[in-house]
Write a protein that binds this ligand. Structure first.
Ligand code: NAD
Ligand code: ZN
Length: 341
């Protein structure tokens, strides 16, 4: 089969021929139709310090996918050949207390496809049947291929009650933009999204009914006045990984505000803790998606009017993967989807 492989411990990815994976009794084999390129894949392409420390070589990359089941392990029940599906790319352990309590996303022994284990940028993917998420007809393959990052957005957005609340999202990357669409869908009042990249803010306004703010040009205090907000933002979602953004968020929050943090700062970064303490702010770290509660809620919302399709700005065939990665690296794209059919 064709596969996009981290074949050497240096920048780049290589299209190679690899054997079709053999499945075990509890696995399924998925014929991949569409995949999404993630920021993680860019780290792996660039072979930065995190990637060099984390990713074994050679490795089939990729974890955002949609496809069709073509083979079932002998123990697999409740799934059928021909079933369209996506799936959770985190392969969880079953020994930890959290896992045994059903909080699968908090299992510390989790391994990721396309990061630690053979991934989805290939014609075929082996996946434990447990991880499979069947797709209803209402969700086509390209939306199916971006459910992983949409899940990050949904998990973050549903961390706190948003109904009637004023919401601030820092970082209009694909995940921030999708989180804005979710906040709007579930009934937030004002949804303000910040970035330093005008192209990203323009895209945000195309995808969701939001107030885009370029923080290099406008101060959040002025935005609050413009929106006639007398106090601060009730809920914040940090989705940039940028230290300045978190600082601006803390400053713009209401007393007792709640912040969900998905963005990953590049290293240890200083925080003005006294402001967080005196404002009595709650901060929740957000990792991945809730397995499988986020998937249920996300699919239900997509079946009931949540529309994130415009976040997909580029579509390529898999043979044009280099163009896809370059589009991602440009910082001008939303989601980039590769077609394997
Ligand atoms: P992205 O890099 O595409 O988007 C980040 C955006 O933040 C960019 O558009 C950038 O211009 C913007 N930004 C930079 N400085 C800013 C500032 N001062 N104020 C406002 N915006 C600023 O990332 P993405 O793919 O949308 O992911 C969002 C974040 O979530 C990343 O940090 C990513 O690493 C992280 N992430 C975390 C998890 C998790 O499980 N915790 C999962 C996926 C992604
Ligand atoms: Zn991803």
């Amino acid at each position: 089969m064709k596969a996009l492989v981290k074949a050497k411990a240096e920048p780049g990815l290589w299209m190679e021929r690899r054997p079709v994976p053999e499945i075990g009794p509890d696995d399924v084999l998925i014929r991949i139709r569409k995949t999404g390129i993630c920021g993680t894949d860019i780290h792996i392409w660039n072979w930065d310090e995190w990637a060099a420390r984390t990713v074994p070589v050679p490795l089939v990359t990729g974890h955002e996918f949609a496809g069709e089941i073509v083979e079932l392990g002998r123990n697999v029940e409740g799934l059928a050949i021909g079933q369209r599906c996506s799936g959770e790319g985190h392969l969880i352990g079953r020994q930890s207390r959290q896992s045994r309590a059903g909080k699968f996303h908090l299992d510390p022994a989790t391994r990721g496809i396309g990061v630690n284990e053979q991934g989805a940028f290939a014609e075929y993917l082996r996946l434990p049947a447990f991880n499979v998420v069947p797709l209803p007809d209402a969700i086509d393959d390209e939306i199916g291929a971006i459910l992983d990052p949409l899940g990050n957005a949904v998990h973050t957005a549903l961390s706190f009650d948003l109904v009637g609340e004023d919401v601030l999202i820092t970082g209009a990357g694909p995940i921030g933009i999708m989180a804005a669409a979710v906040a709007r869908h579930v009934g937030a009042r004002h949804v303000v999204i910040t970035d330093v990249n005008p192209a990203r803010l323009e895209l945000a306004a195309q995808v969701a009914d939001v107030t885009p703010v370029d923080v290099t040009k406008e101060h959040l205090a002025d935005v609050k006045a413009r929106l006639r907000m007398t106090e601060g933002f009730d809920v914040g979602m940090e989705m940039s990984g940028n230290q300045a953004a978190l600082d601006q968020m803390v400053e713009a929050m209401v007393m007792g505000g709640r912040i969900a943090m998905l963005g990953i700062p590049p290293g240890k970064s200083p925080v003005d803790w006294s402001r967080i303490v005196f404002k009595a702010i709650t901060i929740k770290g957000v990792y991945g998606r809730e397995i499988f509660e986020t998937w249920y809620k996300m699919i239900a919302m997509l079946e009931n009017g949540l529309d994130v399709r415009r976040v997909i700005t580029h579509r390529f065939t898999v043979d044009e993967f280099r163009e896809g990665f370059m589009a991602m690296k440009s910082g001008l794209s939303g989601k980039v989807v590769l077609d394997w059919t």
